[in-house]
Design a protein around this ligand. Structure first.
Ligand SMILES: Cc1cc2nc3c(=O)[nH]c(=O)nc-3n(C[C@H](O)[C@H](O)[C@H](O)COP(=O)(O)O)c2cc1C
Length: 357
């Protein structure tokens, strides 16, 4: 397992967040950090959508938006890497500064606005790095100035489906105006149906039908939750990612940057995203795999997410504060908790606490 070391981490945290992130991606991209492979404990192996995950801990979208470091990121021990959000055309995103560390709160606020190199460049990069040693997902979205967001999703879907193992439709970023409105029942119905029609002639990297998932916001009212669950069930959606960053600001936040506009991630998102996860699990009656995201920073947190209804878990913000050694810590603690509670595999843990929220 690699680590940037305490000193490297401290130096990086003194730099502006985006600069530090660029450096980390470059270090990974050029293989400048060696990594020792520890095989994952067998109890963490998990099959979902016919895909074999070595472990359920994935890297959330936004870390490697442009698929620049996928093989090295897999070597860090993730069960899956989700690239993106990818839009059809390259776009610069919002004005800087647009990422803020909330160190006192173990949190981050970002208003990046889908800065990315565009689907063509990213598709070529993904194709060059094939075959991968793990599961790869791609998260797609529309360009900010798009006249037809549905066509944007369709274009990204068509280009990336043959190159990845699963596709995530991002309708929940708070930083693209109008995007979250796609969570409304009629829009969601139209969007999922369009992509499912498109999928008929496409297969994923393993020759199967590509799983299509939706990433939702943590800030959904009762009506939206119910609509999303009913569309997901009616259209046999493959999965939901719960959740993206929040536009709310819990009153307990301490950091000076707490009122910056954008999406809040990290520790303050843990409770609300976990209770939404359990709620969505109950609404779909455990019939659709959910990916639990939001504030996971330990094996105990990951275990709570799985017990609340997550088949898989993703992390991002905790990595900024804790570095890549966190991945193996999460996995070994998670395996210990599962085994200590007498479970043989992850499937039997998923959702056991969903009714407690
Ligand atoms: C700097 C930053 C950029 C992000 N970019 C994206 C993105 O492009 N697409 C997306 O779906 N989520 C994005 N996210 C949200 C994460 O994927 C994740 O849903 C969220 O941060 C909650 O997880 P965490 O608390 O472990 O960070 C981003 C998060 C951060 C902190």
């Amino acid at each position: 397992m690699i680590d940037f070391g305490k000193m490297g981490g401290a130096v990086l945290r003194r730099l502006p967040p985006e600069t530090a992130h660029r450096i980390v991606l470059k270090i990974l991209q050029f293989g400048l950090i060696s990594s020792k492979h520890q095989p994952d404990p067998p109890v963490l192996a998990h099959r979902c959508w016919g895909l074999d995950f070595n472990n359920p801990i994935g890297l959330a979208a936004g870390f490697d938006k442009d698929a620049e470091a996928v093989p090295s990121l897999l070597e860090q021990g993730f069960g899956a890497i989700e690239v993106g959000t990818v839009t059809p055309l390259p776009q610069a995103g919002n004005a800087k500064p647009r990422v803020f560390r909330l160190g006192e709160d173990d949190a981050v606020i970002n208003r990046l606005g889908f800065n990315n190199h565009g689907v063509e460049t990213i598709a070529k990069r993904l194709a060059r790095a094939h075959p991968y040693s793990g599961i790869i997902g791609a998260n797609i979205g529309p360009n900010r100035d798009s006249d037809d967001p549905f066509e944007d999703y369709r274009a990204c879907f068509t280009r990336l489906a043959p190159l990845v193992d699963y596709l995530v439709v991002n309708i929940s970023s708070p930083n693209t105006p109008g995007l979250r409105a796609l969570q409304d029942r009629d829009s969601l119905n139209r969007l999922v149906s369009t992509l499912q029609d498109r999928r008929a002639g496409l297969s994923n990297t393993r020759g199967g039908s590509i799983p299509l998932l939706i990433k939702i916001a943590p800030d959904l009212d009762e009506r939206s939750r119910s609509h999303i669950a009913s569309v997901a069930l009616a259209l046999n959606l493959d999965g939901l990612l719960v959740a993206n960053t929040t536009t709310t600001r819990p009153s307990h936040l301490q950091s000076p940057a707490r009122n910056e506009p954008g999406g809040l991630s990290g520790r303050p998102l843990f409770q609300s995203s976990t209770s939404l996860l359990a709620d969505m699990y109950r609404r779909v009656d455990g019939s659709i795999p959910l990916i639990g995201i939001g504030g996971v920073s330990s094996g105990d947190d990951a275990y709570i997410k799985i017990r609340a209804g997550a088949s898989l878990v993703q992390i991002y913000t905790a990595l900024i504060y804790r570095g890549p050694s966190l991945i193996s810590q999460i996995k070994s603690r998670l395996a210990a908790r599962i085994t200590a509670d007498g479970f043989d595999n992850i499937s039997s843990v998923v959702g056991v606490d969903a009714s407690d929220y």
